[in-house]
Write a protein that binds this ligand. Structure first.
Ligand SMILES: [Zn+2]
Length: 424
C-alpha cells in the first residue's frame, strides 16, 4: 500500500482516531481560522487584510486543500508562511491564489533556498531514496509515475520572497503572527504562533508520531534543538495545535502541553544516552544502537508510526561522530560481493545462507536473518531462487514493522532483490 492511500483511507475519520494518517477538514480551530489536511496540513487565518496561510500542501493536492479552505473564506491570501522546504509543505500555494492575483508575501527561513539548490544538485539521488522510502525501486517508480511529486526537484513555482533568520513577527489585519526558526526535521524549519487566537502551527515538529528525527536516508536532523523548540512552543501555552501531519487538537491547552513536553523529553532522553555512550569509549555505532534503552510510551503521539526511534540514535552519532562505523574491517572494506562470495563459500553456497536466514527468521531473529540474506544476494544477485528467497525474507520483515519508514525500506529491499539488486 502506498503512503497516499493510507491517508485517503483515513479521510473523514475523526482526527483523534486517525492521528498521523488523518485527512479531512475544514475544521474551525479558532474564530475565523480553519485547518484542512490531505497528507499534510494547512491552516488559514482570516484577518481584515486577507488570509495568513501556513503551509500549502503538495502541488498535486494543493487544489483539494484550497477547495476545502475556500468553503469557509474567499479572502485573498495576504501572506503565506512555509514551515519547511519539503514538497508536502511549500509546493501547493498556486491553488490558493485567485486568477491574476499578484504574488503575495511568502515568508520562509533563510536556509530554504539552499535546500532547493541541494535537491536540484542531487536529483538522481533523491529519485532513488524517495523510491525506497515509498517501498519500491527507481525502475518501478519511474514506470508507474506513482511518485511524481517526489520526482520534482528544485524550487517551487512560487518560491518564498521574504527570508528571516531567527524570528520574525508579522502584523496582518492588526493581528500579530510569530514565526520562529527551529532546526529539527530540517535546517530551514519554522513554527508559527498566533497569540491572539492561541493557535500553534508546529509544521512537522509535531506529527502525531515519534519525531521524524532519524530518517535513514535523509540529511542531518537536529533532535536536541527540536526538543528545545517544543519546549519554547509549550511556553506559549497554545490552546490549539494544527500539526504538519494528522489532525488538530482544538481548545485543549493541557493536552497540547503534554504532547509537546513529552515529545521533548523523549528526544532529550535518546540524545543524552547516545552522548553518554560516545563519551564512554565511543564504541562502534552498532554497539551504541544496542546499548541505548529507547524510551517507551503508550501515548499515541510517541509511537513508531512513521519514523523509528532507533534511527534517532544513528542521527545523533552522525552529528557528533564521523562516517566510520568503528568496525576495523569497515575502515577500508573489500567490495561487498567479494566478502559475500567468501562467506557463501564457507557456508556451502548462497542457498545455504538463505536456508539459515529462513531458519533464523522462523526463530524470531529477523535482524540476523537480514544480515545473512544480504550476503546471499550479494554473492548471487542473478540467481532467481536466491532473489525470491531474499525477497520473501524482506517482505516478512516489512510485515513485522510498525513504522512506515522501516516497512517501506524493507519492501523496497524485497523489490530490489527481485530485480537482482541493480541500484539504477
Ligand atoms: Zn511533512
Amino acid at each position: 500500500m502506498d503512503v497516499m492511500s493510507l491517508f485517503t483511507k483515513n479521510a473523514g475519520k475523526s482526527p483523534e482516531d486517525a492521528k498521523f494518517f488523518w485527512s479531512g477538514g475544514p475544521i474551525e480551530v479558532a474564530p475565523r481560522a480553519w485547518f484542512a489536511s490531505v497528507f499534510s496540513g494547512v491552516t488559514a487565518f482570516e484577518t481584515d487584510e486577507g488570509v495568513v496561510l501556513v503551509d500549502s500542501g503538495l502541488a498535486r493536492l494543493g487544489p483539494m486543500l484550497a477547495g476545502m479552505i475556500r468553503m469557509r473564506t474567499r479572502a485573498p491570501i495576504h501572506t503565506a508562511i512555509f514551515t519547511q522546504g519539503h514538497v508536502d509543505h511549500a509546493f501547493g500555494l498556486r491553488a490558493f491564489l485567485a486568477d491574476g492575483q499578484p504574488t503575495p508575501r511568502i515568508v520562509a527561513h533563510r536556509a530554504m533556498p539552499d535546500r532547493f539548490a541541494r535537491y536540484a544538485r542531487t536529483a538522481g539521488h533523491n529519485v532513488a531514496i524517495n523510491a525506497r522510502q515509498f517501498g519500491g525501486t527507481v525502475r518501478a517508480s519511474t514506470e508507474s509515475g506513482n511518485a511524481d511529486d517526489y520526482h520534482t526537484f528544485g524550487p517551487p513555482s512560487i518560491p518564498p520572497n521574504v527570508l528571516y533568520d531567527e524570528r520574525v513577527d508579522l502584523t496582518v489585519g492588526g493581528e500579530r503572527f510569530e514565526v520562529h526558526h527551529c532546526r529539527g526535521e530540517t535546517d530551514d524549519h519554522s513554527w508559527v504562533f498566533a497569540p491572539e487566537r492561541g493557535v500553534l502551527c508546529p509544521g512537522d515538529l509535531f506529527i502525531w508520531a515519534v519525531p521524524n528525527a532519524g530518517n535513514p536516508q535523509k540529511v542531518q536532523r537536529y533532535p536536541w534543538e527540536w526538543a528545545a523548540g517544543l519546549r519554547a512552543m509549550a511556553a506559549k501555552k497554545p490552546r490549539t495545535i494544527c500539526p504538519g501531519h494528522g489532525g488538530p487538537v482544538v481548545d485543549d491547552a493541557a493536552r497540547i502541553e503534554e504532547m509537546l513536553l513529552e515529545t521533548a523529553d523523549f528526544l532529550d532522553d535518546i540524545v543524552a544516552q547516545v552522548i553518554e555512550a560516545m563519551n564512554d569509549g565511543s564504541p562502534p555505532h552498532v554497539d551504541i544502537v544496542h546499548r541505548v534503552a529507547l524510551p517507551v510510551s503508550d501515548r499515541p503521539w510517541l509511537q513508531n508510526v512513521y519514523d523509528d526511534a532507533e534511527f534517532i540514535i544513528r542521527n545523533v552519532v552522525r552529528y557528533y561522530g564521523g562516517w566510520w562505523s568503528g568496525r576495523p574491517s569497515e575502515l577500508k572494506p573489500p567490495p561487498r560481493d567479494a566478502l559475500a562470495h567468501e562467506l557463501a563459500r564457507l557456508a556451502g553456497g548462497a542457498a545455504a545462507l538463505c536456508r539459515r536466514a529462513e531458519e533464523l527468521l522462523a526463530r524470531g531473529e529477523p535482524r540476523l536473518a537480514g544480515s545473512l540474506a544480504d550476503l546471499a544476494l550479494e554473492a548471487s544477485p542473478s540467481d532467481p531462487d536466491v532473489q525470491a528467497r531474499v525477497a520473501a525474507i524482506y517482505d516478512a520483515r516489512a510485515e513485522d514493522e510498525e513504522g512506515l519508514m522501516s516497512r517501506n525500506l524493507f519492501r523496497s529491499a524485497a523489490a530490489y532483490a527481485r530485480e537482482g539488486r541493480p541500484f539504477r
